[in-house]
Each structure stands twice: as structure tokens, then as C-alpha cells.
Design a protein around this ligand. Structure first.
Ligand SMILES: Cc1ncc(COP(=O)(O)O)c(C=O)c1O
Length: 381
């Protein structure tokens, strides 16, 4: 067996799903980050159209030119980014994009600094690309803002990539312009590529704005995806926007690992951009409602504090007054409330004391989950 693969564990999210399956019963599943709504209606027509138009063969390496053009226009319109087609390539979801960029830049032993807390797949993915993961904290006492001084201390001669994630999964914090400019200066000084995971760019709340670091930093690559923006996680389409030299390498990794998006999915993604550009903001409004309902309800529970996240599709309450062990607290909620969440430690040590609860379920389920959590906490007092 390959030693790196053999040593890889399950993600903290996967562990919770497994634990919940073992407990069984009437569970409300709020551990997985997915959009419960169907994709835009036009996607249904796009599926048949793609079939009838003969998009049933291998797609071109890097993606269909008309999809790349539509992405280019989207980036200019929505992200203040003017790029050329050579700066974009398409893959089977954001996960593949990140994997390809890491693989393209890292030689064995090179370092990737990732923000922490971060999506739990990252810590599993980096070793597979032969990289060494280091972390820089998003500080809870600063509303999960990046500590630039700590970042400076973490940079070494072997640092190749700084991975940021905005809006952040799990905390919901978004990158502010001042921090983005400081990161850009550091990236330039040390020749580091900033990789920005923008999976949740469309999910921003209460008037907050998403800022793509590539609009202020030359040495940046960004990943965006149709999974959350258009509720198309099963279609598997994401894309990379990066300097041409990075895109050229990433296309090789994507292609030779078979990580390209299917031709039919790419045609649907094109249709989403052309005909359903209002879908993401409508969906985000629904998620904003859910977020407020859940955060307001959690705040009423003695011992829980739930600051409103700026973005993402999660709430991230502070449960440190109720438990010293967030993973154990999440298990307690499965057993006593029948509600599945994820203990914050699954997203890195600095997530300890928090709980991640997904907003990807209807309001009625979220209300039921709140009542059950309230009751379980009350009975345990
Ligand atoms: C922060 C973050 N990045 C990337 C992804 C990858 O998603 P996909 O491969 O569906 O684009 C996820 C999925 O949940 C995520 O939470």
C-alpha cells in the first residue's frame, strides 16, 4: 500500500455521519454542507438539450471554450476580475481544482500554509500532493480574522502556497480588504501563490460583500464552483482562475487524473451562467433567513453564544461554556437530541469550543432541531 494513503483517516464530517448511522433513529442531519434546494429550472432543459446536441463525448482538456468565455464574463461582472481565457480551466468540482493546484506547485516536503479552522478535506488532501501542511489561525477573539503577524512567522523558504477560504467554512468569516492587501504584499515578497477557496462566494449575509483576493493580488489563484452557487453539487463542475503558467500545469493534473467535468455537466453550467444568474442571490436570501432563525434560537440557549456569520452555509456557535470537547458535545446531541452536527475540532484545533451546523435543510427541520437541542441542553443541566 502507499503509506500516505494508508495513513489517511476519515474527515471529521465523515466520522460524525458514521457515528450518527451507528446511533440511528429519527435524526435531523445537519452535518453535511450541501444545498437542499433543486438547481435552477433551466438546468432540466439544458440536460436534454446537451444530450440532443450530441454532448456525450469527451470534453476538451481545460473545458469548453464557450463555458470559459461565460466564466470570464462572470468574473468581470461579479468579481471585478479581468482575465484571459488562458487564465481559466474547468474541472470536476472545486475539490479537484484545489488538488490540481497543490499538485502543480508542490515538490515533496514543500509547505502549504492553510488558514485554520478550514474545511476538513484540506488536511487530508495536502499529504496526497506530497505537501506539508502548516496552519495560520483565524482568531476567534477577532471574529475569525487572519492573524497576519502569525502568518509572517509561519512563512519559510519552503512555503509555496497560502490557502485561504472566504467565506470561511466553518466560521463564515469573510476576508476584509486590509488583510487581503497585507497578504498580497507578503505573497509578492516571498514568491508565494495565494490560493483562495471561494466555494461560498455567493453566500454572504447582512450586507457583507465577498472580496476575491485576485482583484488585489497578482500572485493569486482562485477556485469557484457551481456546487453551492447553483445547487449543482452532483453535477461536479468547478473552475480555476490563475496565472497562465499555473493553469497549464493544473490542466495536466486534471486531465491525466481524469478529473475533468463531464461534457453534459459543463453544458448545464454554461446554461446556469447564461440563464439563471439571479439564482445564487435568491438562494442566499433563503439561507440568510435560515441563518437568522438558527442563530437567534441558539443564542437563547443558556451556555451557547452564536455570533451571526458573515457568510457560508453554516452557523458556528460557541459552545465552550457547555463542553470542553466539541466532538463529544456533537455526539451528545446525536444521542440526546437526534440532531447531527460537527464538533469544531474537526476543522482544526482552533475550532475547539465551537459547533458547525449546516443551513442546508428546510426551515421546518431547522426549527425542530433547535427545539430538540434546547431540550437536550436543558435536561443535561
Ligand atoms: C470550503 C470548501 N471548499 C471546497 C469544497 C468542494 O466542493 P466541490 O468540489 O463540490 O466544489 C467544499 C465542499 O463542501 C467546501 O466546503
Amino acid at each position: 500500500m502507499n503509506q500516505i494513503v494508508e495513513k489517511l483517516g476519515r474527515s471529521g464530517i465523515g466520522e460524525m455521519s458514521r457515528y450518527a448511522a451507528g446511533v440511528g433513529g429519527d435524526l435531523i442531519r445537519l452535518e453535511v454542507g450541501d444545498i437542499d434546494l433543486p438547481p435552477p429550472q433551466v438546468i432540466r432543459e439544458a440536460l436534454t438539450e446537451a444530450y440532443e446536441e450530441g454532448y456525450t463525448h469527451y470534453p476538451p482538456f481545460g473545458g469548453y471554450p464557450d463555458l470559459i468565455e461565460a466564466i470570464r464574463e462572470k468574473l468581470s461582472r461579479e468579481n471585478n476580475l479581468d482575465v484571459n481565457p488562458e487564465n481559466i480551466c474547468v474541472a470536476a468540482g472545486g475539490t479537484v481544482v484545489l488538488f490540481a493546484v497543490f499538485h502543480s506547485l508542490v515538490n515533496p516536503g514543500d509547505e502549504i500554509i492553510s488558514v485554520e479552522p478550514n474545511w476538513s478535506h484540506i488536511a487530508l488532501m495536502i499529504p496526497l500532493t506530497h505537501g506539508v501542511m502548516k496552519t495560520v489561525r483565524l482568531r476567534a477573539d477577532w471574529g475569525f480574522k487572519l492573524d497576519v503577524e502569525e502568518l509572517k512567522d509561519k512563512i519559510t523558504a519552503r512555503t509555496r502556497i497560502l490557502l485561504i477560504n472566504t467565506p470561511n467554512n466553518p466560521s463564515g468569516a469573510i476576508l476584509d480588504k486590509e488583510t487581503a492587501l497585507e497578504i498580497a504584499r507578503l505573497a509578492d515578497k516571498h514568491g508565494i501563490l495565494v490560493v483562495s477557496d471561494e466555494e461560498y462566494e455567493k453566500y454572504v449575509y447582512d450586507g457583507n460583500q465577498h472580496l476575491s483576493i485576485a482583484s488585489v493580488c497578482e500572485n493569486a489563484a482562485i477556485m469557484q464552483s457551481f456546487s453551492k452557487s447553483f445547487a449543482m453539487s452532483g453535477f461536479r463542475v468547478g473552475y480555476l482562475v490563475a496565472p497562465k503558467a499555473v493553469v497549464e500545469q493544473a490542466i495536466k493534473v486534471i486531465s491525466y487524473a481524469g478529473g475533468y467535468a463531464s461534457s453534459i455537466s459543463q453544458r448545464c453550467a454554461l446554461k446556469a451562467l447564461q440563464k439563471a444568474s439571479d439564482f445564487p442571490s435568491r438562494t442566499a436570501k433563503e439561507f440568510e433567513r435560515r441563518m437568522h432563525l438558527l442563530a437567534d434560537g441558539l443564542d437563547q440557549i443558556p451556555g451557547i453564544r452564536c455570533p451571526r456569520p458573515q457568510g457560508s452555509i453554516y452557523v458556528w456557535p460557541d459552545i465552550s461554556q457547555l463542553s470542553r470537547d466539541s466532538v463529544e458535545f456533537a455526539r451528545f446531541l446525536v444521542r440526546k437530541a437526534g440532531v447531527v452536527t460537527v464538533g469544531g475540532r474537526a476543522f482544526g484545533e482552533s475550532g475547539e469550543g465551537f459547533l458547525r451546523i449546516s443551513l442546508g435543510s428546510p426551515l421546518t427541520d431547522l426549527k425542530r432541531a433547535l427545539e430538540r437541542i434546547q431540550e437536550a441542553v436543558h435536561l443535561s443541566e
